[in-house]
Structure formats: structure tokens, C-alpha cells
Write a protein that binds this ligand. Structure first.
Ligand code: IDP
Length: 140
């Protein structure tokens, strides 16, 4: 099966605790390859645009504040069935529900500060990759 791509964010709660390497290792151990990566401080406009689908949710404002509260690492991951594989290794949104061995089980602080983002479909992966990366920044 051909490799596909997904989009990942290591969130501010994780960069603050210096977990970029530990989280990236879990992604790599799951069979995903980092083909693009950069550490950025998201602007409010970027956070609001990225999470626009959640605009009507009660946690939207807090989520945008959280995502701009410190640096994040945005990444493009490549592998077989990359979207699904990444969702599996991330674990459930709420760390209380996340399975043993997942990133969120091991590292997340709360349902909001849950250490990682991962695209939920191939279609959204493409949109999210295009939101943060130029084609020439991705080296497969
Ligand atoms: P996902 O990140 O597991 O795909 P989504 O439902 O798409 O989960 O939510 C996006 C992000 O919004 C979550 O990762 C988390 O940071 C935040 N979030 C989701 N639900 C809640 C909530 O009930 N309270 C606070 N933050 C939430």
C-alpha cells in the first residue's frame, strides 16, 4: 500500500515540558516518518483559521488562547495509512479515555492541553498541510 500523509501539531503544553523528542519518537515508532517539521508560535489569526470548524463550540476561544500560549511544532507525517495510524498513536481526545501506550495517555494534561493534534481524514490532512507548509518545505 502506498504511503499517505497526515498533519500533526505538538501543542504548547508539550513543548513547554520539552517533550518534542519523546512525542516524535512515539510517532516514528508507530511507523510514521517526519517529512516536514517547524517550530512556530501560532498567531491568533492562524489558530482561529485552523480551528474554524470549532467556531461554535464552547471551548473555541480557550482553545485558540491555548494554542497561541507558547511554541508548537507543526509536522507532516508520512506512512502507510498515515491518518489512521497517527490517530491510533495519539489516543482519545480526553486523556482519561486514552488507551495505554498512546501519546495522550502518557503525556496529556487535560482534554484541552492534550499534547498533540492529528488530522481526522485524508481530505482534512491535505487542507491542514497546505495551511502551514509550502510544497518545497516537504521533503519525502
Ligand atoms: P481531536 O483533537 O482529538 O481531533 P476535536 O474534537 O477535533 O479532537 O477537538 C479539537 C481540540 O479541541 C482537542 O484536541 C482539544 O485540544 C480541544 N477540545 C476538544 N474538546 C474539548 C472540551 O470539551 N474542552 C476543552 N477543549 C476541548
Amino acid at each position: 500500500m502506498a504511503a499517505t500523509r497526515t498533519f500533526s501539531i505538538i501543542k504548547p503544553d508539550a513543548t513547554r515540558r520539552n517533550l518534542t523528542g519523546a512525542i516524535t519518537k512515539k510517532l516514528e515508532d508507530a511507523g510514521l516518518r517526519v517529512v516536514a517539521s517547524k517550530r512556530i508560535h501560532m498567531t491568533r489569526d492562524q489558530a482561529e483559521g485552523f480551528y474554524a470548524v470549532h467556531k461554535e463550540r464552547p471551548f473555541y476561544n480557550d482553545l485558540c488562547a491555548f494554542m497561541t500560549s507558547g511554541p508548537v511544532v507543526v509536522q507532516v507525517l508520512e506512512g502507510e495509512n498515515a491518518v489512521l495510524r497517527n490517530r491510533e498513536v495519539m489516543g482519545a481526545t480526553n486523556p482519561a479515555d486514552a488507551a495505554e501506550g498512546t501519546i495522550r495517555k502518557e503525556f496529556a494534561e487535560s482534554i484541552e492541553a492534550n499534547s498533540v493534534h492529528g488530522s481526522d481524514s485524508d481530505e482534512n490532512a491535505k487542507i491542514e498541510i497546505d495551511f502551514f507548509f509550502k510544497p518545497e518545505e516537504i521533503v519525502g
